[in-house]
Design a protein around this ligand. Structure first.
Ligand SMILES: NC(=O)c1ccc[n+]([C@@H]2O[C@H](COP(=O)([O-])OP(=O)(O)OC[C@H]3O[C@@H](n4cnc5c(N)ncnc54)[C@H](O)[C@@H]3O)[C@@H](O)[C@H]2O)c1
Length: 369
């Protein structure tokens, strides 16, 4: 069994790779998980994922006391109302601080269940069982949990590290092509900010990745989790290094905000954001000229957009970037590329270069939004 440890002193935890566990294809994979769970379990999932995988998970949980809460599907349900409902069910079911929550689903379920675990009786254990590519390489690792407020995404939350993360790559076989590609955007981001060897490996294996070859997916997800685990271990609460993971995100969040949530998927916005960050980096002479072309080739191979959707304007875009929560009291911060495989955070913004990047992408907008 493959595993990676997120090193956080007494809050360290493993990311276990157990293919076939959640899909029910491999019952031998159960043992390590069964050993780590307590006797009282509360599963949070959504209607889509529960329909696919809840029965296998319940079989695996055996004789334990298991209660289940099924959320409606969708980002619009990442709200305090869901936390209130989960806490109500936990109390009604007589769950104590010994209970372990299991988050079975994508990033929305993971963020909601993680936040419920952070606040229920001042904190109970949570096991993340991510079932989307994005959640397997990103949201399930690192302990960020949150729900949305009508005035802002992820504005109510807490850092609450999971007890473990269990990844079954076989669950990705039922994911829609669009959601699968959205997860690949975060993977390209990991390679671009941290590891040129990984970037080249993605280039060389793009066809097998798109064919969802299991062995290839395992290698890729493990590689990305390692990158994220090292960064989280060095800066758990984003005081420094962890901000590198925001590469492409300040541009990306502006695209999401201005297009309307759900129209452009987060990963799709990140893909265009990566192109914009690369363009800005070339204009400010920190990145070699040919890098954006290489980045665009990989994103295109992964069926991701590289151009802005039509209908946006510069003033709104700049305003949305400045309102991003990664912005500090000192103003806008951007993650820039110094190479393919190396990034830096800067708050010394070259306004002229930024405007040129925006002008260029707005003039060449092609996607629908
Ligand atoms: N906590 C963090 O560090 C962090 C990081 C990145 C993103 N996020 C959050 O993650 C969320 C996005 O996560 P996401 O992209 O996983 O979206 P999601 O959770 O909405 O899942 C996408 C869709 O795929 C479906 N689905 C999930 N697993 C499936 C499977 N195996 N087969 C078929 N369908 C499946 C879901 O029901 C949903 O319809 C956002 O709310 C974002 O803010 C959090």
């Amino acid at each position: 069994m493959k595993s990676i440890t997120v090193e956080l002193a007494d809050r360290s935890y493993p990311i276990l790779f157990l293919p076939g566990l959640v899909t029910g294809a491999d019952s031998a994979a159960q043992a390590p998980l069964a050993a780590a769970m307590g006797d009282s379990i509360f599963v949070v999932s959504n209607e889509t994922v529960a329909g696919l995988y809840l029965a296998s998970l319940q079989k695996l949980l055996g004789d334990r006391k298991v209660d289940v809460y099924i959320m409606p599907d969708g980002e619009q349900h990442k709200t305090l109302d869901q936390i209130d409902a989960i806490v109500g069910e936990l109390l009604a079911g007589g769950h104590t601080r010994e209970t372990t929550l299991i988050a079975l689903g994508g990033g929305v379920v993971g963020d909601v269940a993680g936040f419920a675990a952070a606040v229920y009786q001042r904190g109970v254990a949570v096991i993340q069982m991510p079932t989307t590519l994005l959640s397997q390489v990103d949201s399930s690792v690192g302990g960020k949990t949150a729900v949305n407020h009508p005035l802002g995404k992820n504005m109510i939350g807490a850092f609450h590290q999971p007890k473990m993360v269990v990844i079954d790559v076989e669950t990705l076989k039922t994911l829609s092509p669009r959601e699968f590609s959205a997860g690949l955007a975060e993977i390209v981001k990991h390679a671009a900010l941290a590891d040129w060897d990984y970037f080249q490996w993605l280039q060389a294996n793009q066809d097998s990745i798109m064919a969802r070859d299991s062995a290839c997916l395992m290698t890729m997800i493990e590689w990305s989790c390692r990158i994220k685990a090292v960064i989280v271990a060095s800066d758990e609460t984003e005081q420094g290094q962890r901000a590198l993971l925001n590469l492409g995100h300040t541009f990306g969040h502006a695209i999401e905000t201005l297009s309307g949530y759900g129209v452009v998927l987060h990963g799709e916005a990140v893909a265009v954001g990566l192109m914009m960050a690369a363009d800005y980096s070339v204009r400010t002479k920190t990145l070699f000229d040919a890098a954006p072309t290489q980045l665009a080739q990989l994103l295109t191979a992964f069926a991701l957009p590289t151009a802005l959707p039509k209908g946006l304007n510069k003033a709104d875009f700049l305003q949305a970037m400045n309102r991003d929560k990664k912005t500090t009291t000192d103003g806008l911060r951007l993650v820039i590329l110094r190479d393919l495989g190396r990034a830096d955070v800067t708050s010394r913004i070259n306004e002229r270069a930024l405007e040129q990047t925006l002008d260029f992408f707005l003039e060449n907008a092609s996607g629908s939004g």
